[in-house]
Design a protein. Structure first.
Length: 255
């Protein structure tokens, strides 16, 4: 059975994915933003391979998360599930970057670089990534007027691009991006039209399955169907430019 780390697994899609994988017999490492949030995992904790704690808005705590995961052992798969849409405050994080960028893009980039390389990587993107074209020189919104929807769309374009860049650079790793749909989680809201159960199935399948479709790297998926991502995400020049920008922002080189 596989050893799998899932970020943002105290509720929503992350918790649903964790429960499904545990029921399938896999060893799952969970993640909570704080010790207080970790208490929400009390019912799952006895059946897990561990719980790591750290706030993905903080570069320091993101590094600590990677250290905790590496101490448990090499993962077979990592599901980069954590994400936010709204910003708790208009103030930037201590590292100087907006919260949406920090959680949705910088954290998965850093964890990809700092966690011992697994066999499989899965990144949660969004259909909104196709509206995320924006200037990379202002990736952290220091020049533009804040636009939450645009910032979220950009962050999801960047994480899809990260997934496809990893597939290009690391032929020994299966790397994919997933659009889980607009599902009724805390972030999606109770009126979201998609099915929560369907929302986590693709990423758990990609993390464990040896089906022929699941072991062809570099996919962008929605409900078990491979979809064409935004053209930028597949462009090697854009991938390289973005990776260089993320390395500059985080001080961590990936490729």
């Amino acid at each position: 059975m596989a050893l799998i780390f899932i970020t943002g697994s105290t509720d929503g899609l992350g918790r649903a994915a964790a429960q499904a994988l545990i029921e399938q017999g896999h060893r799952v490492v969970l993640h909570a933003r704080s010790q207080q949030r970790a208490s929400a995992l009390a019912d799952l904790a006895p059946r897990t391979a561990g719980i790591v704690v750290g706030d993905l808005q903080s570069a320091v705590e993101t590094r600590a998360i990677a250290d905790q995961v590496n101490a448990i052992g090499r993962m077979d798969a990592v599901i980069h599930n954590a994400g936010i849409y709204t910003v708790p405050s208009r103030s930037p994080t201590p590292e100087g970057h907006a919260s949406i960028l920090a959680v949705n893009t910088l954290a998965p980039y850093m964890l990809t670089a700092l966690i011992e390389r697994p066999r499989r990587l899965i990144y949660l993107s969004s259909s909104m990534h196709s509206g995320g074209t924006g200037p990379l020189h202002d990736i952290d919104w220091t020049e533009r007027r804040w636009d939450t929807t645009r910032a979220y769309s950009e962050s999801k374009l960047y994480v899809a691009t990260l997934a496809l860049a990893a597939a290009r650079h690391w032929p020994d790793v299966l790397s994919h991006a997933v659009d889980p749909g607009w599902v009724p989680t805390r972030m999606g809201g109770p009126g979201a039209p998609d099915d929560l159960e369907e929302g986590h199935r693709t990423q758990t399948w990609l993390a464990t399955s040896d089906d022929p479709a699941a072991i062809v790297s570099g996919g962008y998926w929605h409900h078990h169907k491979r979809q064409p991502p935004a053209a930028q995400a597949t462009d090697p020049a854009f991938q390289d430019e973005l990776m260089a920008k993320l390395a500059d922002l985080t001080g961590v080189s990936l490729f």
